[in-house]
Every structure is written in structure tokens, then in C-alpha cells.
Design a protein around this ligand. Sequence first.
Ligand code: HAM
Length: 429
Amino acid sequence: MRKHIQGVRGMNDLFPDTTRVWQHVESVLRETGWLYGYQEIRTPLLEKTQLFSQSIGGDTDIVEKEMYTFVDQGKESLSLRPEATASTVRACIQHGLLHNRQQRFWYLGPMFRRERPQKGRYRQFHQFGIEAFGWPGPDIDAEIIRVGERILRALGVGGITLEINSLGSESSRARYRRALTGYLVAHQADLDEDSRNRLERNPLRILDSKNPQTRRILAGAPVLRDYLEQAEKLHFAQLRTMLEDCGVHYLVNDRLVRGLDYYTGTVFEWTALELGAQAAVCAGGRYDGLVESRGGRSTPGIGFAMGLERLIELVQLHGSAENPVQADIYVIDTTGDHAPSVRRAEALRDAGMRVISHCGGGKLANQLKRADQSGAILALITGERELELGVVQAKPMRQNTGQIELPADQAVAWCRDYLENFATTGNET
Ligand code: HAM
């Protein structure tokens, strides 16, 4: 026997009991995007490697260690997308979507990062993201955060904390970086190794450190907020007021810096303790310099991305995961001639009912067992006697009412009435 080839580590197969939850969550995501006037954008899974290295930053973990990169037959370096903000910006510039226009987009799809797999961290994972281009003020920041909030509420996901911060412009951040580096260099010997390595290249990321000793040192470090320009402080203060006005709870976290280089100004992240080490379920922020740095006309941008695997884990823990039944009707046939049952199943589908046909025949008891497992509300049964008399048996599977014999030509109308009635009263019986 040939050796079985396993799937790639950190890339998941999803089966119907889970894809049902995914479909429910995806429909809430799409609906919420549309509620706020965001439209779908789809970009390729592969982009030129440079797009990501130049947008996300060459010194970031994503670009340094985590991209799936290869040289194709045309000797071009391509990478599987690790996120979709860079691709969205690329597509907008390439197709002139930002010329004198503001845009609101959403996207949903797989992303790829070669991280060390663990619960909640995968090498192929899925994001739902939104991006808004052309609005410089805090009102769009508040809108973007409200979209995230509404999604989490619609899915009934609780126990989540929203943290916000402002990173300021590049020049404020450069001043802060100098002050922070000066402070940390004085404590260099006591920093953990990772942080020492970051000191020159990306000192702001040290603020993220989980090392207890480094965190003690950070407690006395200068704070970014003190280095913001007046206008940046005002933007942040206005955002806070807008969030408070619509009852969005948040914490200000001075240490929230995010792991991608394109951010400017507002950044935010929702975390859920229940998710354990990989607690971030949604994160984003402003990237006012990205469009220009990619060759477009200077255009402010802001967005977020939600990790679907983490979101779905929370929905399964205590959210409202609808578990729709697979079928309305299960068609059972114990005769030698299945043609009338097949025609009836098609007629039921024409009338909008979801129908599973028991293909392959077999004993009535076995077919009924399958009907029960399918979750169907009704079973329609045809045996030799029914075939001869031109009738069918309708067996309610979810109510304690007896089986009913129907003239075959009335079955479709009867089933439709039964299902309509079941939808309004079924749960009460
Ligand atoms: P990010 O923080 O890198 O931001 O990812 C956003 C979310 O994707 C995370 O909070 C997490 O839920 C999920 N995620 C990231 N990596 C993994 C992984 N390996 N396995 C499972 N889930 C993961 C971005 O990607 C930005 N593009 C967000 C953004 C959009 N900022 C502005 N617009």
C-alpha cells in the first residue's frame, strides 16, 4: 500500500459540522459590511514579494520569517499573502480606484504565515477585513471600530476587551523612538535577548514584550502619548468621545504598537482571555502613509482584520451559532422503481424545499434512521403499496403527530404548508 500523504502542518480541513458554523459567521460578516456601505473586494492569493516587504516592513516578523515565498518559472519572487491590506492598496492604485473618490471595502479569505502552529495560530488562516480610503478624520476611525463591535455583538461573543492607542505620525514616532531607545540602551544589559536584538532595528516592538524583567524596565519608559503633536492628540481625544457617545467600551493601552510597520495614528485590538495565548481576535488601525509610499496619491486609510478561526472558536464557546437543519424533507423509497420519487424530489426543490434523496434503496428502518440523522423535518415514504395506489406517506420527524397518507399529486403543496406551519409553531410542540 502507498504511504498516505498528510496535509500541510498548520493548515486545517473543515468538515460539515464546522463549515455550518463558518457559513453562519460569514453571513453575519458580509451583512454587517453591507450595513455600513462596505463593498467586497477580491485580490489574488499571490503577490510580488516586494509588495509585502515594502508595505509591512522588512524588519517585521511577518516579512523576516513567516512568508511563503518562492521564485516562479519566470524568475519572479512571489509570496502567498500574509494579510490583505497591502494587496487592497496595490489593487486600488493599479486600477485608479482612489482618484477623487473615497472607498469602503471588505474582504474575506485565506492568508498564509509560516508561524509555529498552536491553538489559534495556523499557517493558513482566514481573515475578514474592512478598509476605508480617503477619510482623514476620527469619525471613520469610530465607524470602523463600531463595525467590529457590531459583528462581535451580532455573534453573541462576550468577554472581549477593546484596546486603543495612537501611534502618531511618522515624525512624532521618530522622536519617541529616539527617546525610547535612549532609555532602553541605559538598561540594555537587563533586557531579554529578543528585545536587545530589536533595540536598533525596531525598538517600538519591545513595548510588546512579554518578558517579566523587560516589562519591569518598560514601566519607567517614556510614553508615546507625550510625543504626539497637538493635532494627533485632538484626533485621538475626538475618537474617544465618539466611542463613548455610542457606548463602545475601550481601554487606552499606551503599549499597543502592532506588528506591521504601516500604521500611523489610531491603532486598536480586541482580545479575548478565553482564547489563551493567541488572544487577539480583531486588530487594525490607520495607515495614512501607505498609499503614497506604494506610488499612489497621498490618501488616508484605516481598517481592521478579524481572524475567523479565533472568532469561530469564541462563537462555539458561547456565541449564537445557529445550527441549521440540513434538509426539510428526506425522500425514502423502498420500491424497485425510483423514478416517481426522484421526480417528486425535484418538484419539492422547485418549490424551494431542501430535499435529501436516499439513494441506493434498502430497508425502510435503515432509511428512516438516515432521515432522522439528517435533521429533516419530514420524511416522504413510497413503498410498493403507495406506488400502486398513487399515494405517499408523510412522516413528521420532529413532532409527535402520526404518519399521514397523501394523494401523490398533493404532496408538494401539503409539504410546503406543513413546513410553513412548523416554522411558526414547530418549536412549541
Ligand atoms: P494582524 O494583527 O496581523 O493584522 O492580523 C489580524 C488578525 O488576524 C489577528 O488579530 C488574528 O485574529 C488573525 N491572525 C493573524 N495571524 C494569525 C494566525 N497565524 N493564525 C490565526 N489567526 C491569525 C493584519 O493582518 C492587518 N492587515 C489588519 C488591518 C487591516 N489593519 C488595517 N487594515
